[in-house]
Design a protein around this ligand. Structure first.
Ligand code: C5P
Length: 231
């Protein structure tokens, strides 16, 4: 299913984003706008992508006081995004207020809310450096539990944590995984990776792929290769 693949548009200009859309549409149906592109181009980038018939995953990873995050989510409603992210570490109260804000949005425009567990660029040592002594998998699972209890639609985690999360939360919880690296490609700053095929076998709902496609000399070919592995 080609609607499992989300391409991260981690670029700096509308022109670069448009070039990638020209190459990847219509095979790729969902594009991720993160802090880099959103900061450079503003909300109009979301409108531009939607106007070309693709869905937008707005990955701004909101993490602030509950009032600020919930009011921001209300503003996002007007953009018509398909999915957005909040950091689960932002606190239960922040999540409760976020979900209240989301429920106030008309159903047709309501985005899915996905909680970020532990970034896929973390390994156990990096987690310890910021004061978390727990095994990484336990930290991911306890954050996922908070997300579920607060009514979020799903979580972002690494493909390696999909099986334990599925065991605990079954099917009605969306799992989004970055850290996807086709066999033989560079890991870059990602630590907890899997190939697209392995991630599909783990039962991931959506895979986020950035550099293996957007930094490839032939993005279309790289995307097609990944789509062949996950279809
Ligand atoms: O280039 P690469 O495939 O590593 O890009 C991964 C994308 O997924 C980036 O846009 C990054 O912001 C995002 N992401 C991540 N880890 C998370 C959540 C999102 O790498 N936990």
């Amino acid at each position: 299913m080609n609607n499992k693949l989300i391409v991260a548009l981690d670029v700096d200009t509308t022109t670069e984003a448009e070039r990638l859309l020209d190459l990847l549409l219509p095979e790729v149906k969902i594009f991720k706008v993160g802090i880099r592109l959103f900061t450079a181009c503003g909300p109009k980038i979301v409108k531009m992508i939607s106007s070309r018939g693709a869905k937008v995953f707005l990955d701004l990873k909101f993490c602030d006081i509950p009032n600020v995050v919930s009011r921001t989510i209300e503003s996002v409603a007007g953009l018509g995004v398909f999915m957005l992210t909040v950091h689960i570490l932002g606190s239960r109260r922040m999540l409760t207020e976020s979900m209240k804000a989301v429920r106030s949005i008309a159903r047709a425009q309501r985005p899915l809310v996905i909680g970020v567990t532990v970034l896929t660029s973390f390994n156990q040592d990096a987690l310890r450096e910021v004061g978390v002594e727990k095994p990484l998998i336990d930290e991911v699972l306890s954050l996922a539990l908070i997300a579920k209890q607060e009514g979020l639609d799903g979580v972002v985690c690494s493909p390696r944590e999909v099986a334990p999360i599925r065991r605990q939360f079954k099917k009605d919880f969306i799992i989004v995984t970055p850290g996807i690296r086709p066999a033989g490609s560079q890991k870059d700053d990602q630590q907890r990776t899997m190939t697209p095929k392995q991630a599909r076998e783990e039962g991931v709902d959506y895979m986020v792929v950035g550099r293996p496609i957007i930094a490839s000399p032939d993005p279309q070919k790289s995307a097609r290769r990944i789509l062949t592995e996950i279809c």
